[in-house]
Design a protein around this ligand. Structure first.
Ligand code: HEC
Ligand code: HEC
Length: 332
């Protein structure tokens, strides 16, 4: 290529880039940003705690049991299984991109990841431990004592540090670089014609009113069953449990649709097995719109283009228990 050709080429590439970043600015969905500021030592400790089943009474259930990072950060069950094989009340949402949520849990009862992380350890239906027992357990493991000292610069171990570390690890669980994000960033060929048509339907029929922003959800509480009521045998009632306000009955945090291809089954009760079913229900109940099979398939194709790069890291090797570590109680 001659220098002149090369300059021309560069200029064209530049202006194409400028046009597509302009159109991207007008889209209701923004690309997932790779995580920027992380305290690496804190996140590494948090990763260990996330995978450590000794934070549960049974010694068997870790955060990863119900938010399996090999399965989109979920358990792929209708509702989760807790201590003693208890049937959980609600579907386990993904931890992927959960740092982008306006609040945590389906009803938003925890303000952020740090507040959330203390919940499951002490929940009798989940890990069935207590914060005191969890901290005592960590103090009995020399490898943890050493790592907490290195990370926090003191000889304390407390639940505040535990939840800080887990939350810092969770901050790293973002999934950038999905085909849809590549398209948003200007790669015209990143989406198929069906995926693009699905995105257009998603915008034009009004899904974006609730599913928008970086996480394609997670930014508001909305009623499940706007046009037509949602029928379910599940007893959970949503945000009313937090606010006590009757108008908040059946209001749920709008779930993120990032990686939704991996996070089946769907809805707070896990009653929709497939994306086809979830899209059909959303169309009818939220928008009063019956999609044809072809339209539904296009929307599903678009939703699958939201699967991003999954977190990839070495599986943490946990420090061994010592003679002073209380034994697990899996059958009590
Ligand atoms: C027994 C299964 C189970 C275990 C163990 C568990 N979780 Fe969860 N998690 C759930 C369920 C179910 C919910 C939804 C509860 C609700 O909204 O009422 C949830 C919600 C969350 C959320 C909120 C996500 C969102 O979009 O609102 C985060 C974050 C989370 N868990 C992280 C963790 C961490 C960290 C641990 C370990 C300390 C953990 N979970 C242990 C089942 C589990
Ligand atoms: C009025 C707000 C609103 C609109 C409009 C809306 N949704 Fe939803 N969406 C929600 C809420 C709230 C939930 C969670 C409901 C529940 O679990 O009970 C949800 C859940 C979902 C889920 C399941 C996600 C999961 O992880 O469980 C999918 C898929 C989905 N919506 C797709 C769509 C599509 C496609 C459209 C357009 C046809 C749409 N939504 C329109 C609010 C909305």
């Amino acid at each position: 290529m001659s220098i002149k050709r090369r300059l021309l080429y560069a200029a064209t590439a530049l202006s194409v880039g400028a046009i597509s970043s302009l159109s991207q600015a007008n889209e209701p969905i923004q690309p997932i940003e790779p995580v920027k500021e992380v305290n690496v030592a804190l996140a590494e400790l948090g990763k260990k705690l996330y995978f450590d089943p000794r934070l549960s009474k049974s010694g068997f259930i870790s955060c990863n049991s119900c938010h399996n990072l090999s399965m989109g950060g979920t358990d792929n069950l209708k509702t989760s299984i807790g201590h003693n094989w208890q049937q959980g009340p609600i579907n386990s949402p993904t931890v992927l991109n959960s740092s982008l949520n306006l609040a945590q849990f389906w009803d938003g009862r925890a303000a952020d990841l740090k507040e959330q992380a203390g919940g499951p350890i002490a929940n009798p239906g989940e890990m069935a431990f207590t914060h005191t027992l969890a901290v005592d357990l960590l103090k009995s493991i020399p490898g943890y004592v050493h790592e907490f000292r290195l990370t926090f610069g003191n000889d304390e171990i407390n639940i505040d540090q535990v939840t800080d570390a887990i939350a810092e690890f969770e901050k790293t669980l973002v999934t950038p670089d999905s085909p849809f994000d590549q398209w948003l960033l200007g790669d015209e060929d990143a989406l198929t014609a069906d995926e693009l048509a699905g995105y257009k339907l998603f915008k034009d029929s009004g899904c974006v009113a609730c599913h928008n922003g970086e996480a394609v959800g997670g930014s508001s509480f909305q009623k499940m069953g706007v046009v037509e009521p949602y029928q379910t045998n599940n007893e959970v009632e949503g945000r009313v449990a937090v606010t006590g306000v009757d108008a908040d009955r059946f209001m749920f945090k709008v779930p993120t649709l990032r990686n939704v291809e991996l996070t089946y089954p769907y809805f707070h009760d896990g009653e929709a097995q497939t994306l086809t079913e979830a899209v059909d229900i959303m169309g009818r109940l939220q928008l009063g719109r019956q999609f044809t099979d072809g339209e539904n398939a296009q929307i599903v194709a678009f939703l699958k283009s939201l699967t991003g790069q999954q977190p990839s890291f070495q599986l943490p090797i946990l420090p061994p228990s010592s003679e002073n570590t209380p034994p697990p109680q899996p059958f009590e």
